[in-house]
Design a protein around this ligand. Sequence first.
Ligand code: ASP
Length: 440
Amino acid sequence: MNIKVCKFGGTSMADGNVILSAAKIVKAEEERRYVVVSAPGKRFGGDIKVTDLLYACSDAYENGDKKAFDEVYQKIRTRFMNIEREIGIDLGLETALNEVEKEILGGAGQDYCASRGEFLAAKIMAAVLGVPFIDATEFVRFDENGLLSDETYELAKKLFAKYPRAVIPGFYGLGADGKVKTFSRGGGDISGSIVAKAANAVLYENWTDVSGFFACDPRIVNSPKCIPELSYQELRELSYMGANVLHSDAIFPVKSAGIPIRICNTFRPEDKGTYIVSASKRKLGENIVTGIAGKKDFTVISLEKSMMNSEIGFVGKVLSVIAKHGISFEHLPSGIDTMSLIIDNAYLKDGMLQTLIDEMQEIANPDRIYTHENIALIATVGHGMANNIGTSARLFRALADANVNVIMIDQGSSELNIIVGVDNDKCNACIHAIYNEFFA
Ligand code: ASP
C-alpha cells in the first residue's frame, strides 16, 4: 500500500478541537500511516507557543529562579490540561507533566526541556488515533558535529517494519552524547521529511494553517496568488529568503528520495494546497516568476583595490577573516577591482563590523573599505525566467518606476533567482513592484 506521511504544525495542534480535526484528516485516508507532530502553537494572535514557554522554563531553571519556573510551568500545565478536557478522554497528561517537570528540575538540559511540547503532543495524538507512539530518540540520531547521522534511516526502517502506523514527535532526536537534541526552530518539518524518506512514502503532507505557498508574503501584498506547484530548488530559494511556510532544510531528505511535498491547510482540508516536486517533474505554468521573498537587515562590506583581478589569493585572505570569526556570508558580488560581502547583521553586533574591517585592512591591504548598512535582500525566483528573454529588464524597470534604488544585484548562473539589495525601508515597496509586474 502507498504510504503518506502527515506532519501537523503547531497551529494544527494548538487546542483539543483542532487536534480532533487533524485526527479526522489522518483517518480520512488509509494511506496516512505515519504522523509527525509539533508542540501546541498559538491559538490566537498574542498567544504563546508551548515551545517558547518551555524555553522560558529552561532559562528560569538555568538562572535558579524557581518562582519564575513555577509560573511558566503552570501555564504549560494549563495548556495541556485544557487540551485533555477538550478532547474528553483521560490521556494521563497529569502524570506525564509531573515526570517532565521532575526531569527538567533534575538538570535534563535545554534541548530536553524544549522538546517536551512535541513529546506530549505526540502522546496525545497517538491516544486520539489509537496508534502506537514512537519516540524520535529511538531513530533520529545526530553525529558528533550535530548533523543528522545516516544511522537514522537504518533505525527508522527497522522500526517502521515493526509498526505499520505510528505517531512520532517532531523537532528532536538523540545527540551523540546520548542526550535529547533538537533541530533549529521549526525543525518539526525536517522530522516529517526524514520520516517520509525512511517510510519510502509517496507523499509528505505538511499540514499547516495556510492553503499553500503564496507568491509573496500576504502581510506585504494583499491576498497574493497561491502557487499550485513549485520545485524543491524554488522552495529552497524562497524559504531561505524568508518565506516561512516550511523550514528551509526540510526539503533535503525528501528531495534525495524524490518524494513530493504537499503544503495543506488543516482548517480547509478541501483546498488543493501547493505541491513541491523535482524540477524535472515541474510543469511550468503561465507565470515566468514563481514567487518573491525578502529578508531585511544585512550589511554590505565592499573592498576596492587596483589590480585586484591579478592579485592571487586576495579574496581568500578576506574570507579567512570572516571564517576565523565563524561568520558566513550570503553573497559575494565582485567586479574587476572590487568585491563585496553581504553579511547578516546578526553576526555584526558588539563591534564585530569594525573588527572585520580592521582585520581585512590588515591582512589584504585594500585601497578602500566601505560599508552600506541595513539593506534588505529580495529574491525573485522561478524556473520560467530561464526561457523568457527580458525578465530582468521587466524587473528593473518595475523597480525604477517604483522609485526603488538597487544597491546590489546577484543572479546565480542557474537562472533561477535574481536577488536585489535595497535599503531596508524600501523592502516592501520592492516586493510590491515585482509582484505587480509579474502577477497582477
Ligand atoms: N515546536 C518547535 C518550534 O516552535 C518546532 C516546530 O514547531 O517545528 O520551533
